[in-house]
Design a protein around this ligand. Structure first.
Ligand code: ADP
Length: 361
C-alpha cells in the first residue's frame, strides 16, 4: 500500500481549458480520500492524472516517494474502477477478473486463489461463469471491484462507481465499499459529486470548485467548520441558510436587521464589512430563547416522518430571504403562518460576503 504526494498539480487541456490548478494533497497509506465537488470542478481530471490516463501539465505526483509523472499507467501499480464498469462483455466474470493477472504472467494457482478470495469477499462466487449481461448493475460493479482487488495494487482509484445504481443499491454498496476498505486496508481515492456519499465514505474529503481545492478535512471538519461559504453550502441537506449582516463598530458584534449579536470569538473583519451568517436547518429551533432569532413565514412543508422540513422566507432584515428549518418529529404548520426560530451562537458560521472566506476561526 502507498502514500501519495500531490504537489502544485495543474492540468490545462489542449485548447486551453484550465481544468485543475495548484492542487496539493498528501495522502497517507491506507487512507480513504474522497474528491467531491460539482460537475466540471476537475475531480476526474485529478484521478486520471494519478492513474496516468491524462498527462500532468504542472506539478509533481509521487507514489511512495517516487515521482511517477512520466510513468506509463501500467507501471504505476494502480487499479481503477469506473462508473460504467468497463467489463469485457464477451468474457465471463472469472475471465474478466483473470485478464489482468494473466497478462502479468502470474502462476495459475496464484490466480485461482486470488479470484476465489475476491469473489468470496464480494459475494460473487456463484456468478463466476456468467457474462456481465446476466448480472444486475450492483453485481457488475462488484465484478469491476473484484478485477481491481485481485491485482493487489498500491492504490485504488474509483470514478463515480455508484452513480449508475439506484438509491437503495447505492446505500448498500456504500456500506460494502467501506467494509472492503477496512478489510484491504488499502489507499482509496474516490471521486463523486454526491456530498452524502463523500461524507459517509471518507476519512478525509477534498472539496473542489472550479479546478481548485476549497478545503481538505474530515467529514466533521467540513460540516462543523466550513472554511468557505462554498463548502458550507455544498455539505449538508437541506443546504445551510444565509442571512445578511454587517460587522458592528466594536468589531466583535454583528448587526442582523434590528438585532445585535455578540460573536463568541473576534471577527477578523473591519466594522461595516458585509457578512453572510450561515445556519444549518437542523440548528434552528423553535422559541425565543436563543442567541440569534429569526421569523420564518411558512411555505412548502416536507413531512418526512422522522422530521419535518419547513421552507419559507425569513424576515430579519426587512428583506425576505429563503430559509429552511428541520424540526424533529411531526409538525403541521399552516402555510403562511409564522414560526419563531432561533439558533445558538456556536451554531452560527460567519462568512465575508465578498470573498466567501470564513470569519469566525
Ligand atoms: P469533474 O470530474 O469534476 O466533473 P472534469 O475533471 O471531468 O470535472 O473536468 C474539468 C474541466 O475540464 C471541465 O471544464 C471539463 O469540461 C474540462 N475537460 C475535461 N476533459 C477534457 C478534455 N479531454 N478536453 C478538454 N477539456 C476537458
Amino acid at each position: 500500500m502507498a502514500n501519495l504526494s500531490i504537489r502544485s498539480l495543474g492540468k490545462t487541456y489542449p485548447g486551453g481549458v484550465s481544468a485543475v490548478r495548484d492542487v496539493d494533497i498528501k495522502i497517507q497509506d491506507g487512507e480513504f480520500i474522497v474528491l467531491v465537488g460539482p460537475s466540471g470542478c476537475g475531480k476526474s481530471t485529478i484521478l486520471r492524472m494519478i492513474a496516468g490516463l491524462e498527462t500532468i501539465t504542472t506539478g509533481d505526483l509521487d507514489i511512495d516517494g517516487r515521482r511517477v509523472n512520466d510513468l506509463e499507467p501500467g507501471d504505476r501499480d494502480i487499479a481503477m474502477v469506473f462508473q460504467n464498469y468497463a467489463l469485457y462483455p464477451h468474457m465471463t466474470v472469472r475471465a474478466n477478473m483473470e485478464y489482468g493477472l494473466k497478462n502479468e504472467g502470474l502462476p495459475k494457482d496464484e490466480i485461482a486463489e486470488r479470484i476465489a478470495e475476491a469473489s468470496r469477499t464480494l459475494r460473487l462466487s456463484d456468478y463466476l461463469d456468467r457474462k456481465p449481461r446476466q448480472l444486475s448493475g450492483g453485481q457488475r460493479q462488484r465484478v469491476a471491484m473484484g478485477r481491481a482487488i485481485v491485482r493487489k495494487p498500491k492504490v485504488f482509484l474509483f470514478d463515480e462507481p455508484l452513480s449508475n445504481l439506484d438509491a437503495k443499491l447505492r446505500t448498500q454498496l456504500r456500506a460494502e465499499l467501506k467494509a472492503l476498505h477496512a478489510r484491504l486496508n488499502g489507499t482509496f481515492i474516490y471521486v463523486t459529486h454526491d456530498q452524502v456519499e463523500a461524507m459517509s465514505l471518507a476519512d478525509r474529503i477534498v472539496i473542489m470548485s472550479e479546478g481548485k481545492i476549497e478545503q481538505i478535512g474530515t467529514p466533521m471538519d467540513l460540516y462543523l467548520r466550513p472554511a468557505t461559504r462554498f463548502v458550507a453550502e455544498f455539505i449538508g441537506t437541506p443546504a445551510m441558510n444565509f442571512i445578511d449582516a454587517t460587522v458592528g463598530s466594536d468589531g466583535h458584534s454583528l448587526q442582523i436587521g434590528e438585532q445585535m449579536i455578540a460573536a463568541d470569538a473576534p471577527i477578523h473583519a473591519p466594522a461595516g464589512t458585509l457578512v453572510s451568517v450561515g445556519v444549518r436547518p437542523e440548528h434552528l429551533h423553535r422559541g425565543q430563547d436563543h442567541a440569534m432569532h429569526v421569523k420564518l413565514k411558512t411555505g412548502f412543508v416536507e413531512q418526512l416522518g422522522a422530521d419535518t422540513i419547513v421552507h419559507g422566507e425569513a424576515s430579519t432584515n426587512g428583506t425576505a430571504s429563503p430559509l429552511g428549518v428541520r424540526l424533529q418529529g411531526v409538525h403541521m404548520p399552516e402555510p403562511g403562518s409564522e414560526l419563531q426560530l432561533g439558533a445558538a451562537l456556536s451554531d452560527l458560521h460567519f462568512f465575508d460576503t465578498a470573498s466567501g472566506q470564513r470569519l469566525n476561526t
